[in-house]
Design a protein around this ligand. Structure first.
Ligand SMILES: NC(=O)c1ccc[n+]([C@@H]2O[C@H](COP(=O)([O-])OP(=O)(O)OC[C@H]3O[C@@H](n4cnc5c(N)ncnc54)[C@H](O)[C@@H]3O)[C@@H](O)[C@H]2O)c1
Length: 319
């Protein structure tokens, strides 16, 4: 089996918690080198994952190590230049969400990827949650999606804006819920929204009604100053309704059946480790598989542009 030679930029939280542990498990990945500006994090992460070559200058790392693919895991407002440089060097690129700070950044990254023939992926991990995939499969069996709901609530009263205000809540984090609406409903035809700043100096509640091209109706409900983190999805088709919490379970009702089917997220994933049942291991496997097989990941930059366009439309379409 061919090994994918991967360069790693960023030794922060997501890198250490979910991405590098996943890569370390894959027999067909060589974690060839690591780069971070912070030498303490660099050393600790390199030691933890037995990465021999460590750098504080990513361009030096690219020149000396020549990785086929690069993980770039850092705050969104620092991403753009590094992503463009890697793509122009014809390296495949994985980034976390959000894919840059604006749709324009995402679009230009997607164009650079296309021009250079690179495979790219954004870590929209919710799409790779095994429970969500399984619920979707069962709903799809009953026909086209008629209605879908994506919610994301957090209890962040008094919190500072993301990265000191470098990016808004919808683009930075509630974008997970927006991306999932596209996953469930397809491409949006019409959008009406309600965007608000509640008990904060910045927008922190984003609600939308979307009519998709398929005819499916979608609803987005997000609010960052309520009781607790709740992040759920609903998928409805003819005679079937799935109510899904990726952290917990899916309850699936089918007409004619008295009792719902209840699927446990850990049982479906075959693991009680959130790295697996919450889609992180799966998204990394998907990226490596796509490189091995030579096709674009489902959540490639070109696809992410469409999610960022929907984010923009939610701002533009306020009632
Ligand atoms: N999918 C999810 O559920 C999820 C959850 C949390 C965070 N995220 C996203 O993950 C991304 C990374 O977040 P994090 O919490 O891991 O960040 P972090 O701040 O913990 O780590 C980022 C690292 O990048 C390094 N860095 C910055 N610029 C660099 C450069 N030019 N060269 C080398 N290293 C550089 C920093 O020193 C730091 O160690 C963010 O975009 C965030 O939105 C996603």
């Amino acid at each position: 089996m061919k090994k994918v030679r991967v360069g790693l930029i960023g030794a922060g939280g997501m890198a250490n918690r979910v991405h590098y542990p996943s890569l370390a498990e894959f027999a067909d990945v060589e974690m060839a080198a690591l780069c971070d500006l912070d030498e303490k994090k660099l050393r600790a992460t390199a030691d933890k994952f037995h990465v021999e070559r460590a750098y504080t200058d990513y361009k030096k790392m690219l020149a000396e190590v020549d990785p086929e693919a690069v993980y770039i895991l850092m705050p969104p407002h620092h991403l753009f230049d590094l992503v463009i440089e890697c793509l122009n060097q014809k390296r495949h690129v994985f980034i976390e969400k959000p894919p840059g700070v604006t749709r324009e950044q995402t679009r230009n990254m997607a164009l650079a990827a296309e021009k250079n023939g690179c495979l790219t992926m954004v870590g929209f991990n919710r799409r790779y949650i095994p429970l969500i995939r399984e619920a979707r499969r069962r709903v799809d069996e009953c026909g086209p999606m008629l209605q879908c709901v994506s919610t994301f609530y957090k209890s962040s009263l008094g919190a500072r804006p993301y990265f000191g205000g470098a990016i808004d809540v919808l683009t930075c984090d509630a974008v997970h819920a927006v991306d999932m609406l596209r996953y469930m409903g397809g491409e949006p035809a019409r959008v009406a929204s309600d965007v608000r700043s509640l008990h904060a100096a910045y927008d922190n509640s984003f609600n939308a009604l979307i009519r998709f091209e398929s005819g499916c109706a979608g609803v987005l409900l997000t609010n960052w100053v309520v009781g607790r983190r709740v992040h759920t999805f609903e998928m409805h088709a003819k005679g079937i309704s799935a109510f899904i919490d990726g952290d917990d379970k899916a309850i699936i009702h089918q007409s004619g059946q008295e009792d719902p089917l209840v699927l446990d997220t850990r049982a479906v994933a075959g693991s009680s480790d959130s790295r697996t049942y919450y889609g992180f291991a799966g998204e990394n496997r998907h990226f490596i598989d796509c490189i091995q097989e030579g096709h674009q990941p489902e959540t490639c930059f070109a696809d992410a542009v469409k999610t960022m366009e929907l984010v923009e439309r939610i701002y533009r379409s306020q009632i």
